[in-house]
Design a protein around this ligand. Structure first.
Ligand code: RIB
Ligand code: CA
Length: 301
């Protein structure tokens, strides 16, 4: 699977990137960065660092630092730590981002691989909407979009209604939902059905001291945050999205036209609507197989 991840790294983003880098059936063609958990500049730095420590040579293109229409947000320091990687100090990668913006890179890589690119946005959808603005052929050129965000039947994680990625840029998500792309939503309905605890990160470290050990190192701060909101562990948000892109058969999805609230108390809430092309919304999963798929990639690398 030819994959591009649009990301705001981020502890669970780091898990997603690690899985993509290690899985033998994934060809990771690029990382694009966006504000969210961190600023876009921090995200670019973290993405470069993660790629270097994973030993992969992959272009990193920096994207939007502010939402499409809303005022800017501060990074989610209380969730992902001051630099986005838990307690870790700011990493110092040696490489640099490429000269193209995220939207330019997305447009080009899709054009160069028509019908082949699976795009996994695991942060706010700002860059994807920008690529749609930039390139009228972008949606035609990509194979599919499998995104982390939203919730249909579960409460939100930043408001009673909204999940963080949709909260951060509902206007961009609404552009994407009306684009006619082949879209799968991996939202809190499923990502909060697989809760990782400290013991799971210990297992990662045992399976793979270098890469799993790193994920354990960055997990402590994240797990402490989840305790403060009454959860027994952290959601498996972004890594699950990559697993869903690779193994849709492990998920049960409802096909429905989808929209997102653009203002008011429910801003960022994703909801069933009509009059649009349907998207697949994952509502159930084989928890054990999804978790085993992630662990196996660590174990075999
Ligand atoms: O709500 C969870 C999502 O928000 C994840 O993508 C996490 O990394 C943050 O971006
Ligand atoms: Ca993310």
């Amino acid at each position: 699977m030819k994959l591009v991840i649009d990301t705001d790294p981020g502890v669970d983003d780091a898990m997603a990137i690690t899985f993509a880098a290690l899985h033998p059936d994934i060809e990771l063609l690029g990382l694009t960065t966006v504000f969210g958990n961190v600023t876009a500049a921090q995200g670019t730095r973290n993405a470069l660092y993660l790629a270097e420590r994973l030993g992969i040579s992959v272009p990193v293109a920096e994207g939007a630092n502010i939402p499409r229409a809303l005022p800017p947000f501060k990074p989610s320091v209380h969730v992902h730590g001051p630099e986005g990687l838990g307690d870790l100090p700011a990493p110092e990668p040696t490489g640099k981002a490429i000269g193209e913006s995220a939207a330019q890179f997305l447009s080009r890589i899709a054009r160069e691989n028509p019908g082949e690119i699976v795009l996994c946005p695991v942060g706010p959808m700002t860059n994807v909407a920008a690529a749609i603005d930039l390139d009228p052929d972008f949606i035609k050129n990509i194979k599919s979009i499998v995104f982390m965000g939203g919730t249909l039947d579960r409460h939100g994680n930043v408001s009673p209604f909204a999940e963080a990625n949709t909260w951060h840029d509902p206007h961009a998500l609404d552009v994407v939902l009306q684009s006619g792309a082949d879209i799968t939503m991996v939202g809190l309905d499923v990502t909060m059905s697989l809760i990782l605890k400290a013991a799971d990160f210990s297992q990662m470290a045992k399976l793979n001291p270098r890469h799993g050990g790193f994920l354990q190192d960055i997990s402590h701060f994240y797990l402490e945050f989840y305790k403060t909101v009454g959860e027994a562990g952290c959601g498996f948000h972004d890594p699950m999205t990559i697993v869903a892109a690779l193994h849709p058969e492990m998920f049960e999805a409802e096909s429905t036209p989808l929209a997102v609230k653009l203002d008011g108390e429910e801003i960022g809430r994703t909801y069933r609507t009509s009059g649009r092309a349907p998207v697949r919304v994952c509502l159930n999963l084989d928890v054990e197989r999804v978790k085993a798929t992630f662990m196996d990639a660590l174990a075999t690398n």
